[in-house]
Design a protein around this ligand. Structure first.
Ligand SMILES: [Zn+2]
Length: 231
């Protein structure tokens, strides 16, 4: 085989790997490299099913090294998930996803700043992710720190971004009051979703037209279960 033919094969292989999945084509089975053109609803179902497998201890077997090779030429993550840095809430694990399946954006308290908005715009507009998720979690140290008005270096400014959620959660409680902390956590997710809509005209247009979905959820560090707020 000549060198020229070999290089043509290489180009064809890259094109095949990079080609988007045609509308109507069946989505890849869970755990396989995800197409970018699933619907927002189907993307949410994939996350729900993945979390159900995680909770039941039935995570799919994965050839992660094989997924590295399969995704090297391009990525088509079906969702972009904003979540907390908490070590007990690793997104790919709790949704039972593999390499190349989801964008994972993590910061203490899952607050959305302009860098996150830019990253989400890249995910949705450039790469074609079809679902944006804001995921809070129970026992969040950042939420508790914000409730306790903790001051510490650069953390002070980060925790200040949780203030609107505290203001929206009724009479001020304490970080020892679990029901109150959960209320602030949920309001913090709702506020981040609002920020995404209000501060990114690009994402708002995509959400309003139904091109991408936007959902919030809370992960339980006690049970491993994600409760979506749209349920
Ligand atoms: Zn947290």
């Amino acid at each position: 085989m000549t060198r020229r033919i070999l290089s043509l094969f290489a180009v064809a292989a890259v094109l095949i790997l990079a080609a988007p999945v045609a509308p109507g084509q069946a989505p890849a089975p869970p755990g396989e490299h995800a197409p970018s053109l699933v619907t927002p609803k189907a993307a949410l179902e994939k996350l729900k099913e993945g979390n159900a497998r995680f909770v039941e201890g039935k995570r799919l077997p994965r050839d992660l090294r094989g997924q590295v090779a399969a995704t090297a030429a391009g990525q088509h993550p079906f969702a972009a998930i904003v979540s907390c840095m908490d070590s007990r809430a690793p997104v790919e694990l709790v949704f039972d996803q593999g390499i190349g399946d989801v964008f994972s954006l993590r910061v203490a308290g899952n607050v959305v700043d302009p860098n996150f908005l830019g990253s989400l715009e890249y995910a949705a507009k450039v790469v074609g992710s079809r679902l944006l998720v804001v995921l809070g979690h129970t026992q969040c140290g950042a939420v508790k720190g914000a409730i306790d008005d903790v001051k510490l270096g650069n953390l002070t400014g980060l925790l200040a971004e949780i203030a609107p959620a505290i203001a929206a959660s009724g009479p001020k409680g304490t970080s020892k009051d679990e029901a109150y902390v959960n209320r602030v956590t949920e309001q913090n997710v709702i506020f981040a979703m609002k920020e995404i809509r209000e501060k990114s005209p690009i994402l708002r247009e995509m959400i309003d037209s139904g091109t991408v979905g936007l959902v919030g959820g809370v992960y339980s560090v006690e049970t491993g279960r994600v409760r979506f707020l749209v349920d």
